[in-house]
Structures are given as structure tokens and as C-alpha cells.
Design a protein around this ligand. Sequence first.
Ligand code: PLP
Length: 370
Amino acid sequence: MPVPMLDLRAQYRRIKAEIDGAVAEVFESQGFIGGPKVEGLETAIAQFLGAKHAIGVASGTDALLLLLKAKGIGAGDEVITTAFSFFATAGAIANVGATPVFVDIEPDTFNIDVTQIESRITKRTRAVIPVHLFGQCADMAPIMDLAATHGLFVIEDAAQALGAQYKGRPAATLGHAAAISFYPTKNLGGAGDGGMVVCRDEALAERVRLLREHGADSTYHHALVGANSRLDALQAAVLLVKLPHLDSWNDQRRANAAYYAERFARMPGVVAPIERAENRHVYHQYVIRLPKRDAARELFSRQNVGCAVFYPSPLPLQPCFQQLGYTEADFPHAVQASREVLALPIYPELTRAQQDEVIAAVTQHIQALP
Ligand SMILES: *Cc1c(COP(=O)(O)O)cnc(C)c1O
């Protein structure tokens, strides 16, 4: 039996009638930009998080970008972030003209090592972007303390962590602002690109609202130079159907993770992911470490069992950041992770029988090691 890395059709089949109905409603209205679905989703996400403002934008990447722009961060400024994430985190910083300053990770959570942040702060540092990687929150309390001491703005990259918690509080409400993604493979995924900015500050929310529509504060009157970065009504309609299921989907991911964890605990050579006591991990990805990872990947492929590598290279070592002058020696933990990590299927609809196949493939790899 083949096991896919992710099976979005399994999710769609269970809510097809509702999704199709919501999409048909938008078509009947022919209102594709803005309108009740977009406003409804903004309200629903704000309520879900207990957040003040939630502003729909075109993608998670744009949520990061518009927040940086709204704060006036650009050329000459530095923004501290993690060496190990999806490219968008660093790309957004570079795209506003600022310089990304990278920090190595904690080897057990894969999140930014907060003990290394302070030494990277300079007179030019304006912001910190911690990423809640794979669905587990970064250690936000010491980050917020540092931010208060040094006057820095903290943007959570919560693209992988909707529904996660840290010390009982929801991801995306822990920093000064946050970026969420509705990319189809995320825990709450749309039928295309989409994202949201979450924040408490009214003036900041207003700037983001302007920036997503060419900076216009009234029709054809442009207070700021913004972008075209709206969340469209079709995405909002789909996401409004899915949001009420998110908690149970996340619980199912956690149950799947617990099943893996129990098996892998008895398997020397496999390092299973940990969940810190202060966290509720939502397992956007279930990422293990293995010796001879690339051989495991080939074995999985031969057996038709899905897996993926997040991420094969630390961000500071990407060709586009060569001029920043980083070397592998600057990020020993991110480099080691990039060689050892393997993400296994964890999606909510995954069956125990499918998980057993994944576990059998891991077992076979471990047994074949010298
Ligand atoms: C997916 C993702 C983004 C970007 O979101 P898009 O909606 O794809 O633009 C940013 N950061 C992280 C960590 C992500 O996983």
C-alpha cells in the first residue's frame, strides 16, 4: 500500500459538500475581492486566536513583507532570524532591502537558539523574526525580554504553527505581530495562496490594511506606496469551512505523532522530535533524524512511502546570501540538521495501517545500517 507524504484529497472528500457550497456562493455573488467571506475569516481567525487584528493578505510571505514595510524597516537595517526555515522568512527581510542576520538553532527543537541572539544585536538591529518551526513555538519569553531591553520589534513567523501554544497562549499572539500562511499544505490550507497578518497595535494594523491595497486610504488617494496583496474571497470561503475543523485536525496530528513516538522510542538510531513542556506542538511536520538520511530517502521511494527533507540547506548558505559571508562553521547545528532530518507523513487522515508502513520502512533502514 503506497503511503503519500500528504493526502489533501482525503481531507476534501470529508468536507466536499460544504466546500463546494461555499465556493458556489462566491461564484453566485461574483464578488471575488474583499466582501463578507474575507471579513468573516478575519473575524473568525482573530476570535480563534484571541487576537485584536487579523488582516487577510495574499500569502504568508506577503504577511512578513507587509509587516516589515509597515514598520519602515529597509535599507541599512538588520533583522535577526533563524538559520533553519523555509526561504520566505529570510527572503522577506532581503526584499525590503534590510540585511538578514542569522542565528543557529537548538538541536532538539530546530528553533532559533535564543541564547545566541543578544550577541548579534547591533545599532542597526530593528527586529527579530523567530519561526515556530514544524509547528512548535520558539522560546518566546526570553526573546520578548531581549526585545524590550533593546527596543526591537518581534514578528512571529507562525506559518507552520496555527493552533500551537506556548505557556498556554496561542502562537501568533506571543510577539508584537505575526504572519500566518494558508498555503494548501499548511495545517489550515486554502485552495491556493493566502495569508494573514495578526497584531495588537491599531496603527500598525491600519498601515498593513493600506499597504495590501496600494497604500490607498480612499479611492485613488495613496498615502503609502503599497502592493496588491489581498486575500481573495474564494480562499476565505474555503478557509471559513475548514477553520472549525482545525483543532480536531491538530489533535489528530498529535495523536499520530504520539503513535510514532512510542515506536521510535524503542528504535536506537532514530531521534524522534521532542515537545517542550511549555508547548503544544501541532506537528505541521513530524521530523526525525536518521543516520545515512539520503539512503533512507531512497529506500522510502522504492517502497512508495512518502517522506521529505525540510530543509536540505541552512538559509545563510543559500547562493543568494553568499555576499553575507557566512560559512558552515557559523551554524553547526543547522548544518547537521540539514543532513539528518527526514519528515514523515503526519497528516490528520493518515491511518494506523499507513503509519505502520512508515514505521516498517524506518525499521528496515535502521536494520540495514552497518
Ligand atoms: C509556508 C511558509 C512561509 C510562507 O508562506 P506562503 O503562504 O507560502 O507565502 C513562511 N514561513 C514559513 C516558515 C513557512 O513554512
